[in-house]
Design a protein around this ligand. Structure first.
Ligand SMILES: [Zn+2]
Length: 320
């Protein structure tokens, strides 16, 4: 009998890749044909590994700038001016806040809006519903917990870049993170003129220094116990799915951090004939032409392509 246990265990570090494809093409197949091909690949698969980037949350309706920012961050624009930082939640995070009271006054507000209080899950639910019966795992660079809110068990999620709900020691002096949602809510209630009261400023319980959001922005990012447990489960799923019929379903991953999902997905598809890649993106769905029929890249509004793909999978199930 063939012994599967002798197979090499895959780890997250083996999975990551910095290899840039040199043969990217935008596939010329018309949209409907692309959806058919993607649905066929998924229907025939036992395993689906989801890889989600910022484009997934945006497609689902999450907003970060424009009118949304003007409406929700007027208090901060009035204090710090509008440009160049106070334009959207990404740029504003880099503002050199004058003190910890101001820093947390801003960040508690953003953390709640982009994390705990964000719910754009109808599209996530549509997708999960369509993938019922598949062995599923999600690798995500988003910190917003939307797939979890949509009902995907946390044991099937590896959120690699941190969480809007957690804080850590700014210097990463110890490998622990702290759930700060209740604290953020208190900060939100007590904030005045952009500042929280001094007694609410969090301090590291070990070194007494400043705290920081648990988001991967520098080398001090803390990978805590839960992070490592999720990494371990991801490794186990990966070791299993490379031996089965697998679709890597990429959702809104661009070129900001391509080494975590995009390039590794291409590498896995290149190395395993039983693996296919379905790449959904509004404008970055080019795929390596050398992957041939095993790659489908759909450049389209993702709310639309996910809805169409789900409908196609549903029809197939009912025999329509
Ligand atoms: Zn510390």
């Amino acid at each position: 009998m063939f012994n599967r246990n002798t197979k090499k265990k895959m780890r997250f570090s083996d999975f990551l890749s910095g290899e840039y494809a040199t043969d990217y093409i935008n596939q010329p197949t018309p949209y409907a044909g692309q959806i058919d091909r993607a649905a066929k690949l998924i229907r025939e698969a036992d395993y689906v590994l989801l890889g989600a980037g910022a484009g997934m949350s945006t497609a689902a309706g999450a907003e970060y700038g424009g009118k949304f920012f003007e409406e929700n961050f007027a208090e901060f624009q009035a204090i710090y001016g509008k440009g160049p930082y106070m334009q959207d939640m990404y740029s504003a995070g880099f503002y050199p806040f004058p003190d910890q009271e101001s820093k947390w006054g801003y960040w508690s507000h953003q953390a709640l809006l982009a994390g705990a209080d964000l719910d754009v899950t109808p599209l996530h639910k549509t997708l999960l519903e369509a993938l019922k019966g598949k062995k599923l795992f999600l690798l995500s660079t988003n910190a917003d917990h939307q797939f979890e809110k949509a009902g995907l068990p946390v044991e099937q999620i590896f959120q690699t870049q941190g969480s809007y709900n957690l804080i850590q020691c700014k210097r990463g002096c110890h490998d622990k993170t702290y759930d700060a949602v209740a604290l953020f809510r208190q900060m939100e209630r007590e904030r005045q003129n952009g500042k929280i009261p001094g007694e609410l400023v969090p301090k590291c319980p070990v070194c007494g220094g400043d705290m920081e959001m648990n988001l991967r922005v520098d080398n001090y990012f803390v990978e805590d116990e839960n992070w490592h447990a999720a990494e371990e489960r991801f490794g186990r799923f990966l070791s299993e799915c490379v031996n089965g019929r697998t679709v890597l379903l990429e959702l809104g991953v661009g070129f900001n951090t391509p080494t975590i999902i995009r390039f590794p997905f291409e590498k896995l598809t290149r190395q395993h004939e039983n693996i296919s890649l379905v790449r959904l993106s509004r404008s970055k769905a080019m795929v390596p032409s050398s992957l041939g029929e095993r790659a489908v890249g759909i450049n389209a509004d993702m709310a639309q392509s996910i809805t169409d793909l789900a409908a196609k999978l549903r029809d197939a199930e009912t025999g329509l």
